[in-house]
Design a protein around this ligand. Structure first.
Ligand SMILES: NC(=O)c1ccc[n+]([C@@H]2O[C@H](COP(=O)([O-])OP(=O)(O)OC[C@H]3O[C@@H](n4cnc5c(N)ncnc54)[C@H](OP(=O)(O)O)[C@@H]3O)[C@@H](O)[C@H]2O)c1
Length: 395
């Protein structure tokens, strides 16, 4: 009989426990967890205490352990663990998008230098198979755009605001209770989490490797009741959308809230679900939807990576290696809605053009075109009394 793959697991929180559950309910995979490294030994665990350790080396130095599964919520410690495992030629699976996005180049080099696979499907859209799809199915230069809802926690919040009339804080609390939010929820609401995922997608979709600071992100933390009413009056809701698109051999990317009309495909993506629209020159539009957060759904993507390792799968980074040489651009004009109060007004000189200006007691907004590169420099946008949402009239 084939030898069972031995797993060394780091982290036994929402996703770690999800992996444990799905592994024990999946017959077709010949793998078992040998040891679990956690941070707080005093915590009560739902499984045998004999599994647990706080000493990393009990996993990293165990020659019996074939695969290290990194599912912790710390970035620096995760990078140390993943690097050490790859150096010891142990295959690694991770769901840690922040760690991956911040260290992409170093992780690529480690994989090459130690000729050891590193898989991270769960890091992008949890249960939706996006990375392997981009690598294997869209293995050509005909892909033109990838856009979607990549953050389950904010999508849950926005769904509960628009469909159930819930207050922002109440919806966030519920998302946290259900295990959909990051340990630091500002990563979700300020659109950093979907930006890290978009950075990973850019590598596998277009062969473009960026640093997180290169991509503009704007979250939903300043959303006001007036913005919600405005969306409703236009028969729309608001979704936090991440997008990258190729135009004339240049690719732009951003993460921002957008008005989405009730008939739009993205409006079908509710609660903790993620949705992804791929556009190709000939395949045209394709839509993927699935759970974007939660223990078991994320655990199932982690298990799928573990299974892929059993048949020696590894990312070939086809788009990077094809040297497609697409340039990255931020020179693109976007139409935005900006609401503000009397004290902090958007600087109109920042706009290429303004088509609507509405000022009434307690509610002011404008709609205008602004350059993506310029958005990064607008101080007024950082003020919490200002809120910005992309209109539907955009690329
Ligand atoms: N939750 C989701 O829906 C979801 C979806 C996709 C991806 N992810 C990613 O998956 C990862 C885990 O998320 P989670 O929601 O499972 O987090 P979590 O519930 O907060 O659990 C984190 C786990 O990591 C352990 N840990 C933290 N620092 C450690 C260290 N230095 N050494 C060893 N163990 C350490 C904690 O130990 P203690 O138990 O002792 O505290 C805990 O078991 C994150 O990178 C997250 O971004 C999460």
């Amino acid at each position: 009989m084939e030898r069972k793959i031995k797993l060394g697991l780091f982290g036994f929180g929402c996703v770690g426990q999800g992996l444990y559950n799905v592994l024990h309910q999946t017959m077709g995979i010949n793998a078992e967890i040998k040891r679990i490294c956690i941070k707080h030994p005093e915590k009560k665990r739902p499984i045998d205490a004999g599994f647990f350790t706080t000493r990393r080396d009990e996993i990293l130095n165990d020659p019996e352990i074939d695969v290290v599964v990194e599912l912790i919520d710390e970035v620096d410690a995760a990078f140390e663990i993943v690097s050490a495992a790859l150096r010891k030629k142990k295959a690694v699976v991770s769901a840690n998008k922040k760690m991956i996005a911040e260290n992409f180049e170093a992780l690529l080099n480690l994989q090459r230098e130690y000729n050891t696979p590193f898989l991270y499907e769960a890091s992008c859209c949890a249960s939706i198979p996006v990375i392997r799809n981009l690598e294997e199915y869209y293995d050509n230069d005909l892909l033109t755009s990838v856009e979607g809802i990549l953050n389950g926690s904010t999508n849950y919040i926005l769904t509960h605001i628009f469909e159930h009339g819930q207050a922002f804080d109440e919806a966030l609390k519920k998302a946290q209770e259900l295990g959909y939010a990051e340990s630091d929820p500002s990563l979700d609401v300020k659109a950093l989490d979907p930006k890290y995922k978009l950075l990973i997608i850019l590598v596998h979709a277009f062969g473009i490797l960026l640093k997180p600071d290169d991509i503009f992100n704007y979250g939903i933390q300043n959303l006001k009741d007036a913005d919600i009413r405005h969306a409703r009056e236009k028969n729309a809701c608001i979704k936090l959308v991440a997008k990258c698109k190729k135009m004339d051999n240049k690719v732009f990317a951003y993460c921002m809230p957008r008005f989405v009309s009730l008939s739009d495909t993205l409006n079908k993506v509710t609660n903790e679900y993620n949705g992804l629209l791929m556009e190709g020159a000939f395949s045209e539009h394709q839509f993927f939807m699935g759970k974007g957060a939660g223990g078991n759904s994320t655990g199932s993507a982690v298990l799928s990576d573990i299974s892929a390792l059993t048949y020696q799968y590894r990312y070939e980074y086809k788009k990077l290696n094809q040297h497609l040489n697409y340039g990255f651009t931020q020179d693109i004009d976007l139409e935005v809605y900006v609401s503000y109060n009397e004290k902090v007004k958007p600087n109109q000189r920042d706009f290429v053009s303004i088509s609507v200006k509405h000022e009434s007691p307690g509610f002011n907004y404008l709609i205008g075109k602004i350059n993506l590169a310029r958005l990064k420099q607008c101080d007024w946008l950082q003020n919490e009394s200002v809120n910005m949402v992309l209109t539907e009239n955009n690329y």
